[in-house]
Design a protein around this ligand. Structure first.
Ligand code: HEM
Length: 412
């Protein structure tokens, strides 16, 4: 799975894993790779046996030298990243999650829905005028970035710099970075830290009505204090800008690819978006899960599907493999808007760490595709321009670019 060619199109490999080695000890990474739906779900729902505590240690375990260099650089020139919410167990996880649930509650998402639509419409205008675009660069990247940026109170002109820092920083978590990319990743995160920390300081003395201000100033009840700088930096960089934009970008991009590969659904989507966009979005998430895998650490020797996973082993659950499990989904590789239990997939995880931003992501996907479909008659891949290559990452699956052409029915 660390082979770039396998990662580029992992689905046959996943099918072999599910059939022949559903709990597979990868000799290169040392991870126990789990690929069947029921096993992945069992792991994600059992945090006592499969812990999320201090998941950052995984990267240290893979390459100690790189990890030590990173720790030194952060300590000397920035802030040593604290654990994010994903890398915490209950009760600390639950105590922090209350703040996230308040920020992303459905009434709040409903209140920003007009902004989501406005951002989609604004980005669509120049694209429609041209009749062609790189959907990734011109829509899938900026849309979620502008929305999360606005909620965090970031200046619009700084957003693309922020994304560059975060994309570079994320490289080291993809487990496929060479030494140079690893160093660049750490430097980028330190630059982002120096951008955000003065904003926290300002918001502590002058709060405003942004998510960021609320996060900076709201005490975690059981901790009797708000998050400190190290904790805030980790959350902002990874859970808001990282989790909140890269994943949705990935789904917008692969969704367009799937749409063009399955053009027979275009008429249905256009005729009744209120009815068909939801199933379409769930199928995008299932078929091309943006987060292909996540990790847990075994807290005891545990037997799964006939394999013993030893205490302290790293378990890599392949969400992308579970979501195409033939034991759970009929014709798992087909996009099927009529399938039962469309949202049964685990693209947003399961159990206590189920994605805090899933409602926001689903509304962004809805408005992204609705705005486009309302104005176009037909759409196709631009000839000779696409290689359909994905970024090199063990975790995130995302198209680098997607060149499309379309015929417009109406302007925005
Ligand atoms: C299509 C878009 C998205 C996908 C596929 C996705 C996927 C996931 C997955 C699989 C997890 C669980 C990881 C684990 O259990 O180890 C997760 C957790 C999380 N996601 Fe998302 N996510 C998306 C969008 C978002 C957005 C828009 C935000 C916020 C702005 C967000 C914030 C979070 C946070 C804070 C967690 C940690 C929750 C916890 O530990 O309790 N995500 N996401």
């Amino acid at each position: 799975l660390l082979d770039p060619q396998t990662i580029e199109c992992p689905y046959d490999f996943y099918a072999n894993l599910r059939a022949q080695a559903p709990v597979f000890l990868d000799p290169i990474s040392g991870f126990y790779v789990v690929s069947r739906f029921d096993d992945v779900r069992e792991i994600l729902r059992d945090p006592a046996t499969y812990s999320s505590d201090d998941l950052q240690l995984i990267y240290a375990q893979i390459n100690r030298k790189q990890a030590m260099r990173a720790a030194m650089a952060f300590t000397r020139r920035g802030w040593l990243p604290a654990r994010t919410i994903i890398a915490r167990n209950d009760p600390a996880h639950r105590e922090l999650r209350i703040v996230f649930d308040r920020l992303f509650k459905s009434s709040r998402i409903a209140s920003i829905e007009p902004e989501i639509e406005q951002v989609a419409t604004k980005l669509m205008r120049p694209i429609l005028d041209k009749g062609h675009c790189d959907w990734v660069a011109e829509f899938a990247i900026p849309m979620p970035l502008l929305i999360i940026g606005k909620q965090m109170g970031a200046n619009e002109q700084d957003l693309f710099q922020i994304r560059q820092w975060i994309s570079a920083a994320a490289k080291r978590f993809g487990l496929m970075a060479n030494d140079e990319e690893f160093a660049q990743s750490v430097n980028s995160e330190i630059e982002a830290q120096h951008y955000f920390q003065p904003i926290f300081a300002r918001l502590r003395t002058t709060p405003d009505d942004t998510y960021l201000s609320e996060l900076v100033n709201t005490p975690i009840e059981e901790w009797a204090r708000p998050l400190d700088d190290r904790e805030l930096l980790a959350e902002i960089i990874w859970d808001f800008f990282g989790a909140g934009s890269e994943t949705t970008t990935s789904a917008l991009a692969s969704g367009m690819m799937l749409l063009i590969q399955n053009l027979e659904i275009l008429l249905r989507l256009k005729a009744d978006p209120g009815r068909w966009l939801k199933p379409f979005i769930e199928e995008i998430l299932r078929l091309e899960s943006p987060i292909q895998g996540t990790y847990r650490i075994a807290t005891r020797d545990v037997s799964l599907n006939g394999t013993t996973i030893p205490k302290n082993a790293i378990v890599n659950v392949r969400i992308g493999a579970a979501n195409r499990d033939e034991g759970r989904f009929e014709r798992p590789d087909a996009l099927d808007l009529d399938r039962d239990h469309l949202s049964m997939h685990m693209a947003f995880g399961a159990g206590i760490h189920y994605c805090a931003g899933s409602a926001l992501a689903r509304r962004e996907l809805f408005w992204g595709f609705k705005t486009f479909l309302a104005r176009i008659g037909s759409v196709r891949f631009a000839p000779n321009k696409n290689d359909f290559a994905h970024g090199r990452s063990y975790i995130l699956r995302s198209l680098n670019e997607l060149h499309i052409e379309f015929d417009c029915e109406s302007s925005v």
